[in-house]
Structures are given as structure tokens and as C-alpha cells.
Design a protein around this ligand. Structure first.
Ligand SMILES: [Cu+2]
Length: 361
């Protein structure tokens, strides 16, 4: 045999080529390098081509500063268009949400940082956006509008997506009047005690005794009065009770009309939007609760925020008063309106939660 034809002896190190791990390693390399490459090329090359994206820069500034609020404060987009919002702050920490489009930044908009939100609106309309962080008195003025237009229907965006309007004259309710009740509980009533009590004395659901009235128009003090008015079925059932026990029944009447889910939603919105003035515990001790310190004393604008732990105020207010204040704002006060931001369900969720500051479970 020709010695030159003889196979070369294996080198000291076994050849990689001959090792069985090779196919596995190639697969791993393909996965490690290939998958990110595929994702990257889809996101940066393919997707923008499939649905072109428009970038809009949005800057938040303290409402009292020059060009305060959002710039721009009106954004027009086309239905179905992919929009990338790049949100920045020119001064302090702000937040951003378009509640009716279900859009909210996952975290604060801090100065020097960019928060990006990508969305596609598929319903024409006018959607209000807002700052979600209490940044200073007048924070609520940090609002703007995203107008979603339908190229085939020029009037579509104008259509009202706000909650239905209420004929306040018809309700007989004066939203702006003082509504302190003549009678109020001495201490916060407990719905759970009311429920136990009713289980002992009631022959049918407590709600059945109020079937003749629109409970949204009834103040807790009115419900209490019904239990104390002689001659009615309810009054005879509650005849032996103390005032405190009757108030527990009133609290139970309100608790029966809400759910844990509704209260949780209400709490979420309240903590985001209301604490700036009304305080975390509803005690009207938020930083914006005393506009009289910054706005000329004597004017209505200087009226302090409502204290929801005030039992006299809560007992005298029908749910519809809170509804009106939320939808329309407190006329002449710094209480802003929420009709452009909250859905009907959101409004009632906040109202249910506000009650919990006076009526505990
Ligand atoms: Cu703000």
C-alpha cells in the first residue's frame, strides 16, 4: 500500500466534524440567533410595510406654565391607522390615559424619558385624553382630544360617545345646591350588620320596599325617613330598632346594589383621578382640596372639595347628585367633568366606591 494513501492519523484533539453534538449545536445556534432575527425583521421591516405607522410626539407641561397642558391638545387620526404616540414631559412627572380607548401608560411620564404607546382606533369618535398624575392645582386642565375620523363618513367623529345626557329639571335634583341631610348617622353605618338585621326581620328583600322609587334619586336620609315614617309596612317592621340599626339597613340597601367588581373598578378610578383633591380616604385632604388657598377667597371656585367621610353630606346626597357632578363637573368650582372620560359603568362604579367612605361593609 502506498504510504501516502494511508489515512492520516487523527489529531490529538478529536475533530469537531466527527462529533455527534454538531447537529444539536447548529440547532441551538439557529434558535438563539434565528428567532430574534425573525422577530426583528417582522417588527422593523415587514409589519410597518403591512400597516404603515404614524408617529406623533406629545409633550406634557404643567397647566400653569407657558403653553401649559398637552402639545398638541388635539390629535386627528384615521380609523384603522396604526399610531405610535411618543409622550414626554417638559417639567414634572405626568401620566397619560385615553380611558375610552382603553389606553394608559404603564408607568409615569417622567421628564427626560419617553413613554411610547402604539394603538389603532377602530371606532370613529372624539376621545378625551388626560394627565393621570396630580401635578398641581388645575391638573385636570391637562386634557386633550383624539379625534378618530372615518374617511368614508365625515360626520362619524362628531357623534356623541358620551354617557346619555340627563334632564336635570325632570329629576328634580339641583346638583349645585348644598345637600346636607337634616338627619344623619352618628357613626358610619355597617352594611353587614344591616344584612344580618334584615335576615332576622325581613320577609322579602329590603329592596322590594323601595320598588316604587328610582333609588338613584333617593338620598340615604330619604331611605332612613321611610323606615321611620309611621303607617308604612317598612316602618312597622323596623319599629323596634334604634336609629343606628336603621342606618345599618340603609347602608345595606346601598351595598345590595353594588358588586365587589364594581367597587374594585370604582376604587381604581377614584385612586387615579379623585385623590388629588378628595384624598385617598375621601377626607378632602388631597393637595388640591383647598383651592381657596390659591384662588381668590370668596369665589365659588374657592369652595373646598367635598369630604366623603362627612356623614351629613353623604346622607343628604342622592347618587344622582354625584352622577351629575361627575358628568358635568361642579359648576363654578374646580371639580372637573368626566363625561368625556368615563363610561356609564365607570361613573356608577366611582359613585358606589364614594359611598364606601361613609357606609362601611
Ligand atoms: Cu397632571
Amino acid at each position: 500500500m502506498n504510504p501516502s494513501m494511508s489515512p492520516k492519523p487523527d489529531s490529538v484533539y478529536p475533530s469537531f466534524r466527527s462529533r455527534p453534538e454538531r447537529p444539536a449545536l447548529i440547532l441551538v445556534l439557529l434558535a438563539v440567533l434565528g428567532i430574534p432575527l425573525v422577530i426583528w425583521s417582522y417588527q422593523s421591516v415587514l409589519r410597518p410595510r403591512l400597516s404603515p405607522e404614524r408617529t406623533i410626539e406629545l409633550v406634557g407641561r404643567l397647566p400653569t406654565s407657558e403653553r401649559g397642558g398637552w402639545t398638541p391638545d388635539t390629535i386627528t387620526v384615521v380609523m384603522g391607522e396604526r399610531v405610535r404616540l411618543r409622550i414626554t414631559s417638559a417639567d414634572v412627572v405626568h401620566g397619560f390615559a385615553v380611558p375610552k380607548l382603553g389606553i394608559e401608560t404603564s408607568t409615569w411620564v417622567e421628564p427626560g424619558k419617553v413613554q411610547e404607546i402604539v394603538f389603532t382606533a377602530d371606532q370613529p369618535g372624539r376621545y378625551e385624553f388626560m394627565c393621570t398624575v396630580w401635578c398641581e392645582a388645575g391638573h385636570w386642565r391637562m386634557r386633550g382630544i383624539i379625534e378618530v375620523i372615518d374617511p368614508n363618513d365625515s360626520l362619524a367623529a362628531e357623534r356623541d360617545i358620551s354617557p346619555p345626557t340627563t334632564n336635570w329639571m325632570e329629576t328634580g335634583i339641583d346638583i349645585d345646591a348644598e345637600h346636607l341631610a337634616a338627619v344623619a348617622p352618628a357613626s358610619p353605618p355597617h352594611a353587614r350588620d344591616g344584612a344580618e338585621l334584615w335576615a332576622l326581620i325581613g320577609d322579602r328583600p329590603l329592596l322590594a320596599y323601595f320598588a316604587d322609587v328610582d333609588l338613584r334619586l333617593l338620598a340615604p336620609a330619604d331611605a332612613f325617613a321611610r323606615m321611620s315614617q309611621p303607617g308604612t309596612a317598612l316602618a312597622s317592621l323596623t319599629a323596634g330598632l334604634t336609629d343606628g340599626e336603621r342606618w345599618d339597613l340603609v347602608a345595606y340597601l346601598w351595598a345590595q346594589r353594588t358588586t365587589p367588581q364594581q367597587l374594585a373598578r370604582g376604587e381604581q378610578l377614584y385612586q387615579r383621578d379623585c385623590t388629588g383633591c378628595h384624598g385617598v380616604d375621601g377626607r378632602a385632604d388631597g393637595p388640591g382640596a383647598r383651592p381657596d388657598l390659591t384662588i381668590t377667597a370668596g369665589s365659588d371656585m374657592a369652595r373646598p372639595a367635598t369630604d366623603f367621610s362627612d356623614l351629613q353630606a353623604q346622607a343628604g346626597a342622592a347618587d344622582m347628585i354625584y352622577y351629575g357632578k361627575l358628568v358635568r363637573g361642579g359648576m363654578g368650582t374646580t371639580m372637573p367633568y368626566w363625561s368625556g372620560l368615563y363610561t356609564e359603568e365607570d361613573l356608577w362604579a366611582v359613585i358606589a366606591y364614594i359611598r364606601s367612605f361613609a357606609f362601611s361593609d
